[in-house]
Design a protein around this ligand. Structure first.
Ligand code: PLP
Length: 404
């Protein structure tokens, strides 16, 4: 653990005179030295535009950029790196599918099914595309325990469903959804499965071929990589059949006055100069996680989460939302009596503890539980049980301050 922590220079600092305890990795993870260095090295040595140049730097930048694509493909066991489209973030990945696949395939009478536990990134693009195409948006409900309501889900998946889009792990409830099972249910009614992997890919081993998902949205900045880059995995046949989402340079084969022809996927979806250095550093983040092993990452987070669950549940007035620790990933969102989550987070911040407070870009699931907001502690590879102790002590301090 001390070797991992020493790779993250940012963790070694004081905040308000207290050692920083960073428990906000579900919002964005910290970056190891290896990722920071990969980004700096690219700008120091190799900076050039990709795919067009015929000079040494351009060839090097292109090779590294394509190598990063291959690393991401291998990380999720995609059949080919041609199935990986670099985008800006998980949000853009979902918007790409909603626009490119959705506008070409959705008609009035068709249905898009999402769940009540989605992040806004997997809600709003579907609202926009169903409004534009005349299709209908439906929501699969969530139980009091924070799981999908499978009976309701089965009755909502029908021959009208063309898309079933769901998160692999909720960023509020922590619920880990059974992706293979849900994908099979979608396929059984002839729908495609679009999976939001923003919270799962950084934390769990992912094998897109075994899961048989059609599309998977991935965020680099939540898995040790830089901001400004993410990936969309899409099955080759689907990507090939889809029209482009954005037009411009890089994505074309030929441009005439009245029409253009496209590059093959994935370049067809990468209009304009991409985030080259960021994609290369994303590749370095994948290398870092690969070296740790995703089984280790998951195991480590399970241990921290079990411990945090035990410590936090013992705090009077604290209510964790979502399923028990054995069925969730490495985060706990909670309320503390009727103290506003922003006040809780401000008190924790004074103790050096960084957590998130608010609706975490997931208002419908908060509405489901009749609460406007929660405080969320989220864990990653660099967190320790001692940090959970600091969190628990800081929450006790908040209880004293708000005197209940
Ligand atoms: N989906 C979930 C479940 C998330 O937690 C987030 C980010 O918080 C996103 C999507 C959006 O990810 P990005 O910041 O890469 O667009």
């Amino acid at each position: 653990m001390s070797t991992i922590r020493s790779d993250f220079p940012i963790l070694n600092q004081q905040v308000h005179g207290k050692p920083l305890v960073y428990l906000d990795s579900a919002a964005t993870s910290q970056k190891p030295q290896q990722v920071i260095e990969a980004l700096a090295r690219y700008y120091r040595q190799d900076n050039a535009n990709v795919h067009r140049g015929i000079h040494a730097l351009a060839e090097r930048a292109t090779a590294e950029y394509e190598q990063a694509r291959l690393k991401v493909a291998r990380f999720i066991n995609a059949a080919s790196s041609k199935e990986i489209v670099f985008v800006r973030n998980a949000t853009e990945a979902i918007n790409l599918v909603a626009n490119a696949w959705g506008r070409a395939n959705l008609r009035p009478g068709d249905e898009v099914l999402i769940t009540q536990m989605e992040h806004h990134a997997n809600i709003v693009p579907w609202q926009l595309v169903t409004q534009a195409t005349g299709a209908t948006l439906r929501y699969a409900p969530v139980t009091d325990a924070g799981e999908l309501d499978y009976d309701a889900l089965d009755s909502l998946l029908t021959g009208r469903t063309k898309v079933f889009a769901f998160t692999a792990m909720s960023n509020v409830l922590g619920t880990i959804n059974p992706v293979a099972e849900l994908t099979a249910k979608a396929h059984a009614v002839g729908a495609i499965a679009v999976v939001d992997g923003a919270q799962s890919v950084p934390h769990l081993p992912t094998d897109v071929q075994a899961l048989d998902v059609d599309f998977l949205a991935i965020s680099s900045h939540k898995m040790l990589g830089p901001t400004g880059v993410g990936a969309l995995y899409g099955k080759r046949a689907l990507l090939d059949a889809m029209p482009p989402f954005m037009g411009g340079g890089e994505m074309i084969r030929e441009v005439f006055m009245d029409h253009s022809t496209w590059e093959d996927a994935p370049l067809k979806f990468e209009a304009g100069t991409p985030a080259i250095g960021e994609a290369i550093a994303f590749g370095a983040a994948v290398d870092y996680l690969d070296a740790l092993g995703m089984d280790w990452v998951h195991q480590h987070e399970m241990e921290i989460t079990h411990y945090a669950w035990q410590r936090l549940s013992a705090i009077e007035g604290l209510r964790i939302i979502g399923p028990g620790p054995e069925r969730r990933g490495g985060l706990l969102a909670f309320t503390l009596a009727d103290v506003h989550p922003h006040d809780v987070a401000a008190v924790l911040d004074m103790q050096g503890v960084a957590v998130r407070a608010g609706h975490h870009c997931a208002q419908p699931i908060h509405d489901r539980y009749g609460i406007p907001a929660t405080t969320r502690a989220s864990f990653y590879i660099y967190n320790t049980p001692e940090e959970v102790d600091v969190l628990a002590a800081a929450l006790e301090r908040a209880r004293e301050l708000f005197s209940f």
